[in-house]
Design a protein around this ligand. Structure first.
Ligand code: CA
Length: 220
């Protein structure tokens, strides 16, 4: 869940729709004080923070948040708030964008920060006898090495990270091939087939399941 803290309704609505279109769940709060309360009591994946807010300034919100939480924060500033931008970075903002901004750039930055956060996650992902060691980027099934290409590996990791959640082709494409990939989502189907041929067929298991009309899932 991503939190948008922004009192300009039009901007908030626009960003929220774009994020939801990308598959994120989003909460929007326009008051600074209410947003701090929510940010302290929930584990948001990321916060998009306007600085000029009713209730409490974005800078003050961030300062108080950082006393107990390291949720990634992207600051939104107007052009004439450069000093606030500097102050924001000083007290622990992870990034900033100047209004007006291109939504594509905001989405790209969000991805970068979510990826960084993910890098701190578990070193080993497992599913039954399948083990993925992220440090060595190696995959084994029942201790037998499985040789995967980089994209096959990335797709497998993404599916394992989302275990028991249906992953759409668009989500997989974004996560594995990246925001700048303009190809067809069929590439996901192709790579799922590769994974099946290297794991399911070899070890006689059912790893990646197709959810008709929705995407793919690895589930217990
Ligand atoms: Ca504002």
């Amino acid at each position: 869940m991503i939190l948008i803290v922004e009192d300009e309704a039009k901007i908030a609505r626009f960003v929220q729709l774009e994020l939801e279109h990308e598959g994120y769940s989003v909460k929007h709060i326009s008051d600074g004080r209410a947003a701090l309360e929510s940010a302290l009591t929930h584990d948001y994946e990321l916060i998009i923070l306007d600085l000029m807010l009713p209730g409490m300034s974005g800078i003050e919100l961030l300062r108080r948040l950082r006393q107990s939480k390291d949720t990634p924060v992207i600051i939104l500033t107007a052009r004439d708030q450069i000093m606030d931008k500097v102050a924001g970075l000083d007290i622990g903002a992870n990034d900033y964008m100047t209004k007006p901004f291109a939504i594509e750039e905001l989405l790209a930055r969000i991805r970068v920060h979510l990826k960084k956060r993910d890098a701190f996650k578990a070193d080993r992902l497992t599913y039954g006898k399948l083990v993925v060691d992220r440090n060595s980027r190696s995959v084994t099934y029942d201790d037998v090495p499985v040789e995967l290409t980089k994209k096959e590996y990335d797709l497998l990791v993404y599916l394992l990270e989302n275990k028991n959640i249906v992953v759409s082709r668009e989500q997989a494409l974004d996560a594995v091939w990246g925001f700048d990939f303009y190809g067809n989502t069929n590439v996901v189907d192709v790579y799922v087939r590769y994974l099946r041929s290297k794991i399911d067929d070899v070890f006689d298991v059912k790893l990646v399941r197709t959810v008709r009309g929705a995407g793919y899932i690895i589930k217990d």
